[in-house]
Ligand binder design. Structure first.
Ligand code: 5AD
Ligand code: SF4
Length: 470
């Protein structure tokens, strides 16, 4: 049994990690043929992509997928720790599974992902959720086949969570959720330690994949007909720092752009690591999508300091405008937290004024959620929950106003849309523009998912645009 430990998770070493190739344990391939799995994924794209690996590992063991957990022999929850409600959702699901396990004791239940890296969660599972058969963490996902096999063979709870990252495993099998758009990890972990954030504990230190491994993966995706890759990381702008003296995200983006895949995206960017070279490269290549997710978190320099964000309102705005001025037609989206400890009305108004100035194309807004073990827990928080709720609503009103205003400017324009399929609710085709806007559109002729088509925009809404193919 390996239990998680935050102290160890927080420590960072300069030691080089080993890059190893995944080896399938052939002795258990197809051992569970005929059994069915249900996988529930919470949280961000990183987790979604991990789930694409998990699915392939399970299929190699012989499992087939079901979409109703009542029909499954194995239920696996890939969890998220970022805010309390993500936590609550996973524990709510465990409650329902306890009931199901009462009816079907042979049901196998597993938990993985970020919550598995939290010592308090694992302790709770040991004490109160003894029916959970196995738990593994984000650093040892590749061991899933053997952990699951052991849990079934020995009929004993398996808890295998490494607090610190070990090897960087290449060549994991993958079953991608989409045939035209693919996620490609370029960097794992985060070293920024923003004071509210649990990610540096659950995902470990920053570890870049070798550039040749990334390029090879993208080349294979192009051969398979993929139209779009999204380069993924908690902070993609730190790419390469741990491996190379002189090769960063700007260089990687350029190298991938020259491979001629139609669309390249990347997320998420911390403002701290954004270099001029990156901005120039994004502006230079038409296949690097003009769409940047640039979390600001707060518009008050006082709160940014308490958050440990390493920039001020002024330096953020300078970067924001540099990107806007250099990349034609760029859309910028953000994340904002309200109700951080110490945020008063004046600080909050600075966030509102920043949102007014930036006129974001999209914004994800949250109320601060205390995460056990992070430094922000120790700060005094005097703001009542109803005031935080009210701030969130006031902020949402401002950001929503600009989503609509920006979209209205696109009425009458022709946008390139990567088609996803037909929306059953609207009976229209749908897809995403280069700036990542959801477009619903009509077409007389039949179109295939994965095509890139021109759509004339007829009417704008807050979160989507309607148009027709031209
Ligand atoms: N409380 C609220 N929001 C948070 N985020 C990260 N940690 C917390 C927290 N403790 C938000 C940040 C981040 C996004 C992914 O989630 O805005 O950019
Ligand atoms: Fe969390 Fe900050 Fe790292 Fe983003 S940059 S994952 S908010 S610690």
């Amino acid at each position: 049994m390996h239990l998680p430990d935050y102290k160890e998770a927080r420590s960072r070493t300069k030691k080089e990690y080993r890059r190893i190739d995944f080896k399938q344990d052939k002795t258990i391939s197809n051992k569970y043929r005929g059994m069915k799995y249900f996988l529930k994924t919470y949280g961000c794209q990183m987790n979604e992509h991990d789930s694409e690996n998990i699915e392939a590992l399970l299929v190699n063991l012989g499992f087939t997928k079901v979409l109703d957990y009542n029909l499954a022999d194995l239920v696996l929850l890939n969890t998220c720790s970022i805010r309390e409600n993500a936590h609550n959702k996973a524990f709510g699901m465990l409650g329902r599974l306890k009931h199901l396990k009462g009816e079907r004791p042979e049901l196998i239940i597993g938990l993985c992902g970020c919550m598995a890296q939290e010592a308090s969660v694992v302790q709770e599972i040991l004490n109160d959720y003894k029916f959970v058969n196995f738990v593994f963490g984000t650093h040892n996902l590749y061991q899933l086949p053997n952990i699951l096999d052991k849990a079934i063979k020995e009929n004993k709870q398996q808890i295998e969570v490494f607090s610190r990252e070990g090897d960087l495993v290449e060549g994991l099998p993958v079953i991608r959720a989409n045939k035209y758009k693919a996620f490609v990890n370029i960097i794992y972990g985060c070293d920024k330690f923003c004071t509210y954030c649990i990610v540096p504990y659950t995902r470990g230190r920053e570890r870049s994949r070798r550039r040749e491994d990334i390029i090879n993966e993208v080349k294979l995706l192009i051969e398979d007909g993929y139209q779009e890759v999204t380069l993924l990381g908690q902070n993609v702008n730190a790419y390469g720092k741990d491996l190379y003296d002189n090769y960063n995200l700007g260089d990687l983006l350029e190298e991938i752009a020259l491979l001629n895949i139609p669309r390249i995206r990347f997320m998420t960017s911390h403002p701290w690591d954004f270099t001029d070279k990156m901005i120039d490269v994004i502006g230079k290549y038409s296949n690097i999508m003009p769409s940047v997710h640039l979390p600001v978190q707060s518009g008050s320099s006082k709160i940014l300091k308490l958050m440990g964000r390493r920039y001020t309102k002024e330096s953020y705005l300078e970067l924001f405008h540099k990107i806007k001025d250099t990349v034609p037609g760029v859309s910028i989206s953000t994340d904002i937290i309200v109700g951080f400890p110490g945020e008063d009305e004046e600080d909050f108004r600075e966030t509102l004024s920043l949102a007014e100035e930036c006129k974001y194309d999209n914004a994800f807004t949250f109320i601060f959620s205390e995460r056990e073990g992070t430094p922000a827990c120790k700060l005094v928080d005097n703001t009542p929950p109803e005031v935080k709720e009210e701030r969130l609503q006031r902020l949402n009103q401002v950001v929503n106003k600009y989503f609509l205003e920006n979209n209205k400017k696109l009425e009458g324009e022709v946008l390139k849309v990567l088609v996803e399929g037909v929306s059953l609710k609207k009976n229209m085709y749908y897809g995403y523009s280069e700036t990542n806007k959801l477009i619903n559109f009509t077409s007389e002729k039949e179109i295939e998912a994965g095509e890139i088509v021109n759509v004339k925009i007829k009417s704008a809404k807050t979160w989507s645009l309607d148009g027709e193919i031209v």
